[in-house]
Design a protein around this ligand. Structure first.
Ligand code: 6PG
Length: 477
């Protein structure tokens, strides 16, 4: 009988296939399986010689091909397909075997699946994997969640296949239960904010500075050598530089301006609402994609709704102002995303080490960036930090950028260019740095129409004023 494989991968679409190849490339024997056997055959034909693969047809064969405790990576579409695979595997597994969901599952599903598997003696891990196809093959950022003892069984393989930055693996056990998928969800939310900010900068450079796509591509290439250095800024330069073979125009100019989404950004915002965390950058990014999808309505509105007369002013200052506004808004988006992870960690008792999250996002993943080193340093010094903006490095970075940031928001508003992420980030900043905001009036109004009570600055307790009666104040609590 053939040697058993150390790990199995079921689901051989490109992400699963590339993860399996990555694992095998480290000298680990991998059993592979797919619901439709043709895909397994195709995988073996194309990659079978790259490593020690055992191709299996039935789920039974797949399970039998694995050493124990069985380690099974499931890489199928999030949602029902994950439950279907678990259901098929469960009766065939033994106590202590490990099912690893490495897709973009919604974390409440992971919490539920963990409990369901536990009831059957199976250890379930929800693992975030970022880096797209290439990352999966060459080294992704991995965010494993679940039982630490189950993690110990796969740690060696996971750290071996992950990206490395300064010899540090971009893989660390994030926390129990749904923590791994939660952190991956916030990663994706931040990815949405980053992308939206880049799109707003592109819009301003196009419609206010009057530059064409290749010229803007060069600006991004240049920006990638400074504070903004990151994978997304780098590929923006490349995408903008690309010429369409069919028309000879910049390819971006012939791509339809409707952004799609698979749900992770929306989940991040929904959870922020549940937690009561202000998450304006990511949420505006989600809404901007939604607005972009109303293409027919926008077409009608474009000839009906009035805007200011465009006045282009291309100057050097504007381009650098946009760079600074992008950086400051990015700092806010990350500050909000990390504040959300902190709130979720407290709420769910996950004990997330936020510095570790910054560390494992430095390489392999879509939001990998130089700037994450600064975030890592910030949490190394202040593990219980409420808000990244309060760390001297970021306080100063935003203070330096704020005049440019305000000029950009002003010029965009004057010229009718929508910048939801730039402007909401600035409003968040201005709201957060105010000792006293206008919510006193909100409380007064709530008390007027609904006797919802308010607190006073000069006394403990809850108060209600009989606004429309005799105007007297009563203490209610
Ligand atoms: C990653 C990416 C990956 C995927 C996004 C795209 O980290 O590798 O985030 O997970 O590209 O889910 O999300 P949308 O389709 O919602 O933009």
């Amino acid at each position: 009988m053939a040697e058993k494989s150390r790990i199995g991968v079921t689901g051989l679409a490109v992400m699963g296939a590339n993860l399996a190849r990555n694992i095998a490339s480290r000298g680990v024997a991998v059993a592979v399986h797919n619901r439709t056997t043709a895909k397994t055959e195709q995988f073996m034909a194309e990659h079978g010689s790259e490593g020690d693969f055992t191709a299996t047809e039935s789920v039974e064969d797949f399970v039998n091909a694995l050493e124990r405790p069985r380690r099974i990576i499931v890489m199928v579409k999030a949602g029902k397909p994950v439950d279907a695979v678990i259901e098929e595997l469960t009766p065939l597994l033994d106590q202590g075997d490990i099912i690893i969901d490495a897709g973009n599952s919604h974390f409440p599903d992971t919490v539920r699946r963990t409990a369901e598997c536990e009831a059957n003696g199976i250890r379930f891990m929800g693992v975030g994997v970022s880096g797209g196809e290439e990352g999966a093959l060459l080294g992704p950022s991995i965010m494993p969640g679940g039982d630490p003892e189950a993690y110990a069984e796969v740690e060696e393989i996971f750290t071996a296949i992950s990206a490395k930055v300064d010899d540090t693996p971009c893989c660390v056990h994030v926390g129990p239960g749904g923590a791994g998928h939660y952190v991956k969800m916030v990663h994706n939310g931040i990815e949405y904010a980053d992308i939206q900010l880049i799109a707003e900068a592109y819009d301003l450079l196009t419609h206010v500075a009057g530059l064409d796509a290749p010229a803007i591509g060069k600006i991004f290439e240049e920006w990638n050598t400074g504070d903004l250095e990151s994978f997304l800024i780098e590929i923006t330069g490349k995408v903008l530089a690309k010429t369409d073979e069919k028309t000879g125009r910049p390819l971006v100019d012939v791509i339809v301006d409707q952004a799609e989404q698979k749900g992770t950004g929306r989940w991040t915002s929904q959870d922020a609402l549940d937690l009561g965390v202000p998450l304006t950058g990511i949420t505006e990014a989600v809404f901007a994609r939604t607005l972009s999808s109303l293409r027919d309505e926008r077409k009608a509105a474009s000839t009906t709704l009035a805007g200011p007369s465009p006045a282009q002013k291309a100057d050097e200052q504007l381009v650098d102002d946009i760079r600074q506004a992008l950086y400051a808004s990015k700092v806010v988006a990350y500050a909000q995303g990390f504040a959300q992870m902190r709130a979720a960690s407290i709420e769910n008792d996950w004990d997330l080490k936020l510095g570790d999250m910054a560390t494992i996002w430095r390489g392999g993943c879509i939001i990998r960036a130089q700037f994450l080193n600064r975030i890592r340093d910030a949490y190394a010094e202040h593990p219980d930090l409420d808000n990244l903006l309060m760390v001297p490095y970021f306080t100063e970075a935003v203070a330096t950028a704020q005049d440019a940031w305000r000029r950009v928001v002003t010029v965009a508003t004057e010229q009718g260019v929508a910048i939801p992420a730039f402007s909401s980030s600035l409003s968040y900043y201005d709201g957060y740095r105010r000792e006293r905001g206008p919510a006193n009036l909100i409380q007064g109004l709530r008390d007027y129409f609904g006797a919802h009570t308010y607190r006073r600055i000069d006394a403990e307790g809850a108060f209600h004023t009989r606004w429309a009666q005799d105007g007297s104040e009563v203490q209610t609590g």
